[in-house]
Write a protein that binds this ligand. Structure first.
Ligand code: PMP
Length: 393
């Protein structure tokens, strides 16, 4: 039976990690894998998380099962950050813990399909796993352009998608720090998107994976909040893996906003059943640490300071890349200073990307995506010079 299975293409990014690890050049640069890095190139555990984990070790007195919804305190503690302190919407929102943002996206898509959604509209390019999840759940995917040629978000395309999806469709949008382009909707664009959702009564699926890493904790969810304020229903996927640095601990949450509070129990019971069939229960450790962190004022301010440091550092890298627009014309580097988060796309050819790797030991995805957090004071000049080298006529 098993011999009927044909080999699947290896994950391109994982292959890149292996190639980078095998490269013995001292000045190699890894812009592939999507994790935050410090000025020294490290991805350390947050100080606030270490503190919370120490406390968890002391206070946790059982590891007995919690249930498919996971740690309710964790799910509630995140809500003011996502929906706003004292949000009037809170009574229409129910949440549950998930294995990472990936688990939350999976639940959002599967629940939408269970509720009758037949087509999901997705701006491309997108995080590759979006398409894989949609395919695995077995829903029709309709793509639209995420970005315009000029490096800004294509508002006409998303409004067109919302119009076309009317009836049996849903539209999946990145809340902030778009992966892979770094191109987010402006406040004005979000307002138009919110109006379009409201007019069509369409179900928004909003994926927030990088809150706090773009413009700020509040700024990064302003668009999502603008949509939620206008629509009757929405599904929200959230990841704590970047903004709490918990990647391998797999910490995420899934929120359902219902038309009326009274409908929440039925909706959440369906999400619970889906979680039960997929992973039964989410892993506890990371979510419990985030709960302890958010329940403590001192740890919370340490965490917010750490996030500020990360965001400021990435803005500095983006500013330096933007300022290099004159040094390396033709790549649209100026736009990177306006974009958000870990990622940006460079319009490099396959040969140029190969030359960066082979001649300059610079590793980036074949799509042209770079992780800007892989750059720092010690390697950014080399990177800009290498871009100049591979693009010179
Ligand atoms: N959504 C987007 C847009 C992402 O970029 C990612 C992570 N790369 C996720 C969801 C999932 O994150 P997690 O690692 O928490 O599963």
């Amino acid at each position: 039976m098993l011999d009927t299975l044909s080999a699947q293409a290896p994950d391109a990014l994982l292959a890149l990690i292996k190639m980078h690890a095998a490269d013995s050049r001292d000045d190699k640069i890894d812009l592939g894998v999507g994790v935050y890095r410090t000025n020294e190139g490290a991805t350390p555990v947050f100080r606030a998380i270490k503190q919370a984990e120490r406390k968890l070790l002391d206070v946790q007195d059982s590891k007995s099962y919690l249930g498919p919804e996971g740690d309710g305190g964790f799910v509630k503690a995140l809500m003011p950050y996502i929906f706003g302190e004292g949000s009037p919407l809170a009574s229409r929102i129910e949440g549950m813990q998930t294995p990472g943002g990936t688990g939350a996206v999976r639940l959002a898509v599967a629940l939408a399909v269970k509720a009758g959604v037949k087509r999901i509209f997705l701006g491309v390019p997108s995080w590759p796993n979006h398409a894989q999840i949609l395919e695995d759940v077995g829903v029709e995917v309709v793509t639209f352009n995420h970005a315009s040629e000029d490096g800004t978000a294509d508002l006409a395309a998303v409004l067109g998608a919302i119009r076309d999806a009317k009836g049996d469709g849903a539209v999946l949008l990145h809340g902030c720090c778009h992966n892979p382009t770094g191109i987010d909707y402006t406040d004005t664009q979000w307002a138009a998107i919110a109006d379009a959702f409201a007019e069509t009564g369409l179900l928004p699926i909003l994926d927030i994976a990088y809150q706090g890493l773009g413009q700020g904790m509040e700024e990064d969810v302003a668009g999502v909040r603008a949509v939620l304020a206008k629509v009757p229903e929405a599904l929200i996927a959230y990841s704590c893996d970047k903004n709490f640095g918990l990647y391998r601990d797999r910490v995420g949450a899934f929120y359902m906003m219902a038309r009326e509070e009274g409908q929440l129990a039925a909706i959440a019971s369906n999400a619970n059943a889906l979680a039960r069939a997929n992973w039964s229960m989410p892993p506890d450790h990371g979510g419990a640490a985030v709960r302890l962190l958010l329940e403590d004022e001192g740890m919370t301010s340490t965490w917010l300071e750490e996030l500020d440091e990360m965001r400021t550092r990435m803005r500095r890298v983006r500013d330096r890349l933007g300022a290099a627009d004159n040094e390396v014309p033709g790549l649209g580097l100026a736009a990177l200073a306006e974009q958000n988060g870990l990622f940006a796309m460079l319009p490099l050819t396959k040969d140029q990307i190969a030359s960066l790797r082979e001649d300059h030991a610079i590793y980036m995805a074949g799509s042209g995506r770079i992780n800007v957090a892989g750059l720092h004071a010690g390697n950014i000049d080399k990177f800009i010079a290498a871009l100049g080298d591979v693009t010179k006529g």
